[in-house]
Design a protein around this ligand. Sequence first.
Ligand code: SF4
Ligand code: F3S
Length: 110
Amino acid sequence: MTFVVTDACVKCKFTDCVNVCPVDCFHEGEFMLVINPDSCIDCGVCEPECPVDAIRPESPELLIWAERGREYSQKWPVITASKKPLPDADKHRDETGKFEKYIEDETDLR
Ligand code: SF4
Ligand code: F3S
């Protein structure tokens, strides 16, 4: 099992999560972060750090997010220190379905 970053992170990227990960699992894309499932040791300390509850334990319902984590962690750089959230993070924090809404062409992420 691993932890996964889900839709709530999209267009927000608060990045509080990256400061606590003991094994630098987080990778940064333009719109969101992902967790590398191969390096995550399942400690769970990142989960309560996210102000929008974007981080969840892997489950069958979240399979798409686990797959995205696996794929994009191979392509995006590691992020190890928090930074400013995206400019409109507060505007987007309560929105749902952001990945489908804003990332029209997933190939742009690759
Ligand atoms: Fe890092 Fe632990 Fe979160 Fe995995 S569960 S991403 S090891 S802080
Ligand atoms: Fe995203 Fe939450 Fe981390 S918004 S960057 S998963 S603190």
